[in-house]
Design a protein around this ligand. Structure first.
Ligand SMILES: CC(C)(COP(=O)(O)OP(=O)(O)OC[C@H]1O[C@@H](n2cnc3c(N)ncnc32)[C@H](O)[C@@H]1OP(=O)(O)O)[C@@H](O)C(=O)NCCC(=O)NCCS
Length: 144
């Protein structure tokens, strides 16, 4: 049984490091991690944290209204493809609705674009490069 719960920024760091920062010399701590409006979600299986994601209030000129940026979306390799990322995003959308948020956006790695599309995100604009990580698309999902 998988449980999705709010967690602290510090709790996200080990999975961010393992899944998103292996051989990538970029920080695993993000601007906004400790802001009051930021929230972090974790997926637990039998009390073991197996996936994380973070949601930060961040305006993007391409969208309007109350906006959040999704960052640090990662499921431990052995648990990928089991519906856990989807569950976390469903919970995030519920929380964002309660916060009257209009848009959730992210910079999606090419390899994850189809995952986000399945969760109702669309790409915006041209693909672009982020040093050390590779090509990305900006993606967004309308919440309200
Ligand atoms: C991308 C990632 C977060 C997805 O999480 P997950 O827990 O594996 O995803 P889920 O199992 O909930 O997938 C939900 C659906 O998307 C599909 N899916 C998952 N990852 C996919 C991918 N990379 N490409 C295409 N489809 C994908 C699943 O097959 C599933 O499809 P279904 O609903 O038809 O069964 C995870 O694979 C991951 O951590 N990848 C490495 C890090 C990464 O790239 N993070 C994103 C940075 S922008």
């Amino acid at each position: 049984m998988i449980q999705i719960k709010e967690i602290s920024a510090q709790e996200t760091f080990p999975i961010r490091l393992e899944v998103l920062r292996k051989n990538i010399p970029l920080p695993f701590e993000f601007n906004g991690d400790f802001d009051d409006e930021t929230f972090h979600l974790g997926a637990f299986k039998n009390d073991k944290l197996i996936a994380v994601s973070s949601y930060m209030k961040a305006d993007n000129k391409n969208f309007s209204g109350n906006q959040y940026q999704l960052r640090g979306m990662a499921t431990l390799t052995e648990y990928q493809g089991l519906g856990i990322g989807k569950l976390m995003l469903q919970e995030a959308v519920q929380i964002l609705k309660e916060k009257n948020s209009n848009f959730l956006w992210c910079n999606a790695r090419i390899a994850a674009v189809d995952f986000y599309k399945k969760q109702g995100f669309q790409t915006f604009g041209e693909k672009f490069e982020i040093s050390y990580v590779g090509e990305h698309y900006m993606m967004f999902k309308k919440i309200k």
